[in-house]
Design a protein around this ligand. Sequence first.
Ligand code: PMP
Length: 432
Amino acid sequence: MEKTHSEALYKEACEHIVGGVNSPSRSFKGVGGGTPIFMEKGEGAYFYDVDGNKYIDYLGAYGPIITGHAHPHITRAITNAAHNGTLYGTPTKLESQFAMMLKNSIPSLEKVRFVNSGTEAVMTTIRVARAYTGRTKVIKFAGCYHGHSDLVLVAAGSGPSTLGSPDSAGVTKNIAEEVITVPFNDPENLKKALDKWGNEVAAVLVEPIVGNFGIVEPVPGFLETVNQLAHNAGSLVIYDEVITAFRFMYGGAQNLLGVTPDMTAMGKIIGGGLPIGAYGGRIDIMENVAPLGPAYQAGTMSGNPASISAGIACLEVLQEEGVYEKLDYLGSRLEDGLNNIIKNHTVPATVNRLKGALTLYFTSQKVQNYDDADNSNDVLFSKFFKKMLNQGINLAPSKYEAWFITTAHEEKDIEETLKAAEKAFDEIEKEQ
Ligand code: PMP
């Protein structure tokens, strides 16, 4: 596959942009290095790169692109918004319309506030939880990613539930010590952590369905236990639904699972491909936010007409009949096909799937928490990733990331993908 234009552009980008990329997940560091492909055009399920290669895309821009690239309804909404001015700094009618759409689909959102990214949304829910409870500590789950604000860039310590240590240079030890990390799907250790630190914990922060060490569902009863233990300790429960809101159904993972948090952070899909974040929850908690209450949060770009219009248009597409059934059907085709390939090869691998999102891990054991996911073999994944890319299948360059199916994918795309995967497995098996 020709890559000379990508290579030249990457070289140029490295001269001007740190690391040549504007988000580290776009680099190929996680797959043993190499040149990230420079895409020129996205259309439906496909990408076209600067060297004229075509790809079936499963990256979905790390989640937001659930209706395929350049969906005409969303493109029209963005164009129309731009004609009337992209940013006002005043309230607009559209913001309430969109807030109402979110509230109607996720009932725990009694009041919402729009921000500009998932990072901002999660960061603010923590501030508001601290303001509401008067406490400082936060419990999170190992391997879950909640954006790049200081407090959530904290790694697990060595024990089953420990005070954190900084996961990034520049995050201070003091901040990290406000965060307690517990394994996902492990109610016992959550209980121990709350027994020990409960009266200092402002909130338990959780991805109700994990999207950040692949797709990992909560074991039955886990989220109910999170709610019960947190509330018994006087702590709030915050769901990070930045990946999951509108991913699996029209609404949140909380609707799908029948569990209710005190606050929810969202992003990605609700911006239809433009920058957005939102948070919301119980009225008595949300009324702590400025200008009503003492917890400050603001944003020059927040609620801008372009992002809001794109978000409304995206949700309109997702309301169309059969959308989520199609995502689930194509997901099941892909999962079955991959499982068949795994069965016929000696390469250790396993698939986690929920509806239109799945992860292929290179480990033979079931993946239920971060340690299981981390067992996925780096070398095998790197080989697989590159072999798929060379056959025109675009995946995230990270062994934990989900493959996202969009409403633009068709059965023929799934078949082509499975053919490529079979060839990749054949080659990897021979190389072993
Ligand atoms: N929370 C979760 C669950 C995420 O997956 C992400 C992004 N991958 C974020 C928060 C941060 O969102 P953003 O990149 O929009 O800041």
